[in-house]
Design a protein around this ligand. Structure first.
Ligand SMILES: NC(=O)c1ccc[n+]([C@@H]2O[C@H](COP(=O)([O-])OP(=O)(O)OC[C@H]3O[C@@H](n4cnc5c(N)ncnc54)[C@H](OP(=O)(O)O)[C@@H]3O)[C@@H](O)[C@H]2O)c1
Length: 236
């Protein structure tokens, strides 16, 4: 799987694991994040400082042709609806949806060239809290619902050249979710909620993203894939 890839939020968590899984195969990977995080130096990986909540972002470092892009920045702001301020909804919308819009608009010319040269695929991230109502999740569920709508709209608008899909994880062991894994008891309590008996690992999501980026998924677009230990559809 050669080609050029761009990973927004490839310095930590699921995005970092996506970069790690792509590194052996990719010609070049550009990572955009606010910090180096845990991203290791590698000859085909180039990290650029970027905060997706800022305006006038400079995407001039993106290569001329790109075959796959992934947008990973996200939030878990869990509070009762009563405690959430309108500003919380705006903040979640800025990171999850508007940041993705800025990113995809910056990537589009390169994705078009990538498509002309063989393939172009976009992967976005939602959450299980969109397909399943979960209390305390109103703000993030609203923002990620918008991400799912954006996924399907762009999949239609950009077909047949650029594929656009989305992954909806449940709780996954990353820096974003660290507070849910703060003790062995917490970890066990979380795991017991899942039909498959455990919470997610970054590799669970990264391998799905890698598949969606590859030509093996060349007949898939406009999909939201639940990768959630069975949480969205099963009862034990
Ligand atoms: N982990 C879960 O339990 C879970 C569950 C459901 C859905 N998800 C979704 O899955 C996706 C990945 O989550 P994750 O757990 O891997 O998150 P994470 O551990 O917080 O990693 C997020 C990545 O995005 C970067 N990032 C965050 N905000 C940014 C900003 N404003 N500008 C630029 N870069 C930014 C971070 O790097 P810097 O800090 O260096 O900028 C990091 O590389 C998210 O969309 C999340 O909503 C996660």
């Amino acid at each position: 799987m050669g080609g050029n890839f761009v990973v927004a939020g490839g310095s930590k968590g699921i995005g970092l694991e996506i970069v790690n899984q792509l590194t052996p195969f990719a010609d070049r990977i550009d990572v955009y994040s606010r910090s180096q995080g845990e991203l290791a130096d590698h000859e085909n990986v180039f990290r650029h400082d970027m905060d997706f909540t800022a305006n006038d972002l400079d995407f001039s470092s993106i290569p001329g042709a790109v075959n796959g892009v992934v947008y990973c920045p996200g939030t878990i702001n869990l509070r009762s609806f009563r405690a959430l301020k309108p500003a919380d909804f705006v903040a979640d919308f800025e990171v999850n949806l508007v940041g993705a819009v800025k990113f995809l608009q910056g990537c589009l010319p390169s994705l078009k060239r990538g498509a002309a040269e063989g393939s172009a695929s976009v992967v976005m991230f939602s959450t299980v809290a969109v397909s399943q109502g979960l209390s305390m999740h109103a703000s993030v569920a609203a923002a990620k619902g918008a991400v799912e709508g954006l996924t399907r709209s762009l999949a239609a608008e950009w077909a047949p050249k650029i594929r656009v899909n989305c992954i909806a994880p449940a709780l996954t062991d990353t820096p974003l979710a660290a507070r849910f894994f703060s003790s062995p008891e917490n970890r066990e309590a979380m795991a017991s909620k899942y039909p498959l008996g455990r919470t997610g690992l970054p590799t669970d999501l990264a391998s799905t993203a890698r598949f969606l980026l590859s030509k093996e998924a060349s007949w898939m677009t406009g999909q939201v894939l639940a990768v959630d230990g069975g949480m969205s559809t099963l009862r034990k």
